[in-house]
Design a protein. Structure first.
Length: 325
């Protein structure tokens, strides 16, 4: 009898086809996210499940997963999964690190330059037929060259963003759980600093931290008060790192000159006031949305599942499980 694999959402076909050669595969047809009742039903009979960040995999669910060997998350992050519960049930958890570094770095940089040069505002103005000729004061923005970018979280994506900023002549400072190596700092011309220093010195703050107890609302009321007047804020990591209510207040006051968001505190819900602000660019969580990256992620998920079901150690087993399997 073939082992069963359940996908909570359709992903690029390459990974699905790899698994169909060996296993019985079922893909939730949508539209939208898989509902809880369906998830409970499907997890009871499958040997592997491919999940998204929007799928909450908790103890209650795992208690029903008698045959489940592996949860393969189609994402770098995996805060949607109760890792402790998975370990208790001896269920492997994998993710897809590394492959989306450049794609997400590109989106972060795109948001930054879109904000500072007011591209969305200018596009709307032009489409509305308001452009009547060149004007020396029309949509004045800010150049990036010579400005200070503060990278909050210097992992792979943070480093990629830093390299792009360096190429544009920006000064790079960063704060992370610990400094990167001197070799990386030298390569990026990046200077480690405290969080308070980053907040007070940065013209642009780009968020690349994982979500955990220490980073939840890391940018809250106290942090916003320490920022420069007229700072730009970009977030492509996790929405809960920023207190959206406080962000709205500072966007309205002008303390934050502009914000570019690809993720949201209550995702998929978005704080309604953000829609009415012209100094905000809102994207639908597309940081890794390139054909190249999403195909690589799909293939990586399939390889993780195959390894887990064939009794091997998956290449991308999450670090917390390194001593368990």
């Amino acid at each position: 009898m073939k082992r069963k694999v359940f996908f909570t959402r359709r992903i690029p076909e390459i990974g699905i086809k790899m698994l169909q050669k060996k296993y019985e595969v079922e893909v939730f047809p949508g539209p939208g996210n898989v509902d809880r009742d369906t998830l409970v039903q499907k997890i009871q009979g499958c040997d592997a499940i491919v999940t998204l960040l929007s799928d909450k995999i908790d103890e209650e669910l795992l208690q029903k997963a008698a045959n489940l060997k592996i949860i393969a998350n189609y994402a770098v992050g995996y805060n949607n999964i109760d890792i402790h519960a998975a370990m208790q049930h001896k269920i492997m958890v994998t993710n897809t690190p590394g492959v989306l570094t450049n794609a997400t770095g590109e989106i972060a940089f795109a948001l930054m330059i879109t904000l500072t040069r007011r591209i969305i505002e200018a596009d709307r103005f032009t489409r509305n037929g308001e452009f009547i000729g060149w004007d020396p004061l029309l949509f004045l923005g800010d150049e990036l060259k010579g400005k200070t970018v503060g990278i909050l979280g210097m992992g792979r994506i943070g480093q990629d963003m830093a390299s792009k900023c360096k190429a544009f002549g920006m000064r790079v400072i960063y704060h992370s759980r610990k400094p990167v190596s001197g070799e990386i700092e030298q390569k990026l011309d990046a200077v480690y600093c405290s969080l308070d220093q980053l907040l007070s010195q940065s013209d642009v703050i780009s968020v690349h931290t994982p979500l955990n107890d220490k980073t939840y609302h890391l940018l809250g009321r106290e942090s916003f008060c320490k920022m420069k007047n007229g700072v730009y804020l970009v977030n492509t990591s996790r929405g809960e790192v920023i207190d959206e209510g406080v962000l709205v207040e500072h966007l309205k006051s002008g303390k934050v000159k502009g914000a570019g968001l690809d993720v949201y505190e209550y995702e998929p819900e978005i704080t309604r006031e953000l829609f009415s602000l012209s100094n905000v660019v809102l994207l639908p969580h597309i940081g890794s949305a390139t054909i190249e990256t999403r195909n690589k992620m799909s293939e990586m998920v399939a390889r993780n599942v195959i390894a887990g079901l064939e009794g091997e150690r998956p290449e991308n087993l999450v670090p917390e499980m390194s001593d368990l399997f």
